[in-house]
Design a protein around this ligand. Structure first.
Ligand code: ZN
Ligand code: ZN
Length: 255
């Protein structure tokens, strides 16, 4: 098999005949999807593994890792390390057998620790002033595989309405340079649609809308949150959204 070189700089050397691909490697894609960095991943690997991991392109490649909670070292694929509870002892304490989760069900994947940007936190805060958000879920079981797992990890989930909210911004570090980001976003939207979910994308920084429910904006403010709620009403009806409304006392006085 001919070697390939990826746009992220990983893979074979194009000077030595490796086939040049215009996309980033699968591992860089998964790192971006889970909002991590390669540096973070390297710190979790045992020191002798780091040199190889720094150049790794495959999400199924196995490494030896150190548990953050001080359990024994363990072997796991990069995918398991990024998207699940790779340490067996941590997994036992997290409980909840994965097999019982049906397609379309939102759940908490305890091994998934995505970082959220300031803007995303602001968006969550503004939405939380309008509707009751469920903070104990970060994943949705889907009927196809996404980065090798039957789940996707939207930015904000409203399981009562089966609506996911994603914040996209070209300036967001680590994601900005990714050519395949849009393809992966569409794939994620389709995977959610198959199990009865709709996605509302907030497209910041001059990004064009991807789908019919998208909210295009310059900055994330109350108006954006209002537009999201309006999209929810359009998708699920006023009654369903009203049932989640945060009740503000008449006259705006604190309760
Ligand atoms: Zn790469
Ligand atoms: Zn552990």
């Amino acid at each position: 098999m001919a070697e390939v070189s990826f746009r992220c700089g990983h893979g074979g050397d194009p000077e030595r005949g490796a086939v040049r691909l215009s996309r980033v490697c699968p591992l860089c894609m998964l790192i971006a999807e889970t909002q991590r960095s390669r540096g973070e991943l390297l710190r979790r690997a045992t020191p002798p593994e780091r040199g190889r991991l720094a150049r790794e392109t495959r999400i199924g490649a196995e490494y030896e890792w150190r548990c953050e909670r001080g359990h024994d070292r363990y072997r796991a694929s990069v995918r398991e390390q990024l998207t699940g509870t790779a340490c067996a002892k941590c997994r036992t304490s997290a409980g909840a057998p994965a097999a019982r989760r049906e397609a379309g069900v939102a759940f908490m994947n305890p091994g998934l620790r995505t970082r959220t940007s300031m803007t995303e936190q602001r968006l969550k805060g503004l939405l939380g002033e309008r509707i009751r958000l469920h903070h104990r879920v970060n994943a949705v079981r889907v009927a196809r595989t996404f980065f090798g797992r039957n789940e996707v990890w939207p930015d904000i989930l409203v399981p009562q309405l089966r609506i996911a909210i994603e914040y996209d911004d070209p300036g967001r570090s680590r994601r900005a340079h990714l050519g395949l980001k849009e393809a992966s976003d569409r794939e994620k939207d389709e995977a959610l649609a198959e199990v009865g979910w709709d996605v509302i994308r907030v497209r910041g920084g001059g990004l064009e809308p991807l789908g019919p429910n998208d909210v295009v904006c310059r900055t994330v403010d109350g108006r954006v949150a209002d537009e999201i709620v309006e999209r929810m009403v359009r998708l699920r009806g006023a009654d369903a959204v009203e049932a989640l409304a945060v009740v503000t006392p008449v006259g705006g006085a604190p309760a």
